[in-house]
Design a protein around this ligand. Structure first.
Ligand SMILES: Cc1cc2nc3c(=O)[nH]c(=O)nc-3n(C[C@H](O)[C@H](O)[C@H](O)COP(=O)(O)OP(=O)(O)OC[C@H]3O[C@@H](n4cnc5c(N)ncnc54)[C@H](O)[C@@H]3O)c2cc1C
Length: 451
């Protein structure tokens, strides 16, 4: 079946990836049917369930630009210039992400972003069926069963090709298991998270610096806070599930308060509603999902979190899912049939997903444990110097991931080389003045080809 011959396409999940992909494919002329297990957020309010706001970076922005959605999303985004580090001993320090305000990331509201994407998908001609959870697939007959969890009704539909955008708990992935050796591995991080909210100040403004991603790094754990356009911040506590301290050793409010009084003393006064929020808000787990296969010939393919859920510490899960959508749309437009489109998509994207999953795990250690280290700060300072001296050759890994669309796998590999250059060049140095810049330049030109 030729995918570029206006073939109908079925998508499971109208979350971030599903709604964007529906928009792109409908605009190409495909008849797109999307089935989403949740109710229509325009009728029932958004039932997102997790992470109220998200960091949007260049890859995600690029995808939104291609879908014509940049303006509507950016109208409600808050700029984050860097990490505002709240030191354990008191005091704060802004660590810029990039050179200037052209290299920043953006805090966006998940619910509003999803809504904008759903409206764009419908405007492009996609049909979205809410309250329809994918419950099973007969791949031989190309028939799928959907259940409405509210009234318990079920329906079956025929499909040509099913695209799985149904998130980390994907129903399509479950249906594929008996038909395909996915070589699936879920690696729990062993750490979970709880969200809290900092309300606006009495005058209606932000209580802390709005244009930053706040971090309280505390070694084995941390809090972060991202700004919202309502002058609030969403705070996320990341903590081990077991051990000391952990969610397990915080059985009651008093122990949670004691942890905040000890480790997040400047955050606690920002949370006047701490007791109620701590009691009501759930603890959720985190982990990395790895699959060796993402598609069943030309019948089904997985993308976004359904294929490669990751820990959130690089703020790239959605950005990566959006990049998947652009790639799959491109392969579907160019390939002679679904099978080669899906195979080409998987071959392009799987190494990149592996790379960003690894970088996301590394970033957790960096954020919670390294951002206030002296050797880390020296390496960061030299990194900026080398980036200025070798533009187009030495680009900090964070910048490659967040401010460019250089493939993640390339950023990962070059990042390893750059890290070693920084370690070698700062060996036995106490400050930037001690660094032999000519020798550092030679390491850069000797080990890194121009990008
Ligand atoms: C705490 C936290 C913070 C994060 N922060 C960031 C960040 O700052 N930046 C970033 O880029 N990413 C971030 N992420 C990751 C990001 O949330 C995900 O990568 C992104 O949501 C993936 O999009 P998706 O469309 O693949 O899945 P989802 O957004 O999960 O969408 C899946 C959709 O499928 C629906 N669905 C599920 N099962 C079925 C079924 N059986 N049938 C039909 N529909 C179904 C769901 O209701 C949902 O609408 C964060 C994640 C977490 C947990």
């Amino acid at each position: 079946m030729q995918p570029n011959a206006k073939t109908p396409i079925t998508i499971a999940g109208a979350g971030l990836a599903g709604a964007l992909l529906a928009t792109l494919l409908a605009r190409r002329g495909h008849a797109v049917e999307v089935f989403e297990k949740r109710p229509d957020p325009r009728r029932k309010g958004y039932e997102g369930g997790r992470s109220i706001n998200l960091a949007l970076a260049e890859r995600g922005l690029d995808a939104l630009r291609q879908a014509g959605l940049q303006d509507v999303v950016m109208a409600q985004a808050v700029m984050m210039r860097g990490r505002q580090v709240h030191l354990a001993e008191g005091g704060e320090q802004l660590q810029r992400y990039g050179r200037d305000d052209s290299e920043v990331i953006w805090s966006v509201h998940r619910g509003r972003l999803n809504l904008a994407l759903l409206e764009a998908a419908e405007a492009a001609g996609a049909r979205i069926h809410f309250n329809q959870r994918l419950d099973g697939v007969d791949f031989d007959a190309r028939r799928a069963r959907f259940v409405n969890d509210h009234d318990r009704t079920a329906r079956e539909i025929d499909f040509e090709a099913m695209l799985g955008c149904d998130g980390a708990g994907s129903g399509l992935r479950e249906a594929l298991r008996p038909h395909l050796d996915l070589a699936e591995r879920f690696e729990p991080l062993g750490h979970g998270y709880k969200e809290l909210e900092i309300p606006p100040a009495a005058d209606g403004g932000f209580r802390i610096e709005p244009n930053a991603l706040h971090i309280w790094p505390r070694g084995g754990y941390m809090c972060i806070a991202l700004p919202n356009t309502e002058q609030t911040f969403t705070v996320t506590l990341f903590l081990p599930m077991q051990g000391e301290p952990s969610f397990h050793t915080l059985p009651d409010l008093a122990s949670a308060r004691a942890l905040f009084e000890r480790d997040f003393a400047d955050a606690l006064p920002l949370l006047p509603d701490f007791d109620a929020q701590w009691t009501e808000n759930p603890v959720s787990g985190l982990g990395t999902l790895r699959l060796q296969r993402w598609h069943l010939d030309g019948r089904a393919v997985l993308l976004g979190d359904a294929a490669h859920a990751m820990v959130p510490f690089h703020g790239q899960g959605m950005n990566c899912a959006f990049e998947d959508c652009i790639a799959l749309d491109r392969h579907l437009a160019a390939a002679p049939d679904f099978e080669s489109a899906f195979a080409g998509f998987e071959a392009e994207r799987r190494p990149n997903a592996d790379a960003i999953q690894a970088m996301a795990l590394e970033n957790y250690v960096e954020m919670r444990d390294r951002v206030d280290d002296a050797d880390y700060l020296l390496q960061r300072a030299l990194e900026q110097v080398l980036a200025d001296r070798h533009p187009g050759r030495f680009v900090p890994r964070y910048s490659m991931v967040s401010f460019t669309c250089i493939p993640y796998a390339t950023a990962f590999e070059r990042g390893k080389v750059q890290r070693q250059i920084l370690v070698d060049a700062t060996k036995d140095c106490a400050s930037l003045e001690d660094v032999d810049l000519a020798a550092a330049d030679a390491l850069v030109t000797g080990r890194l080809a121009p990008l």
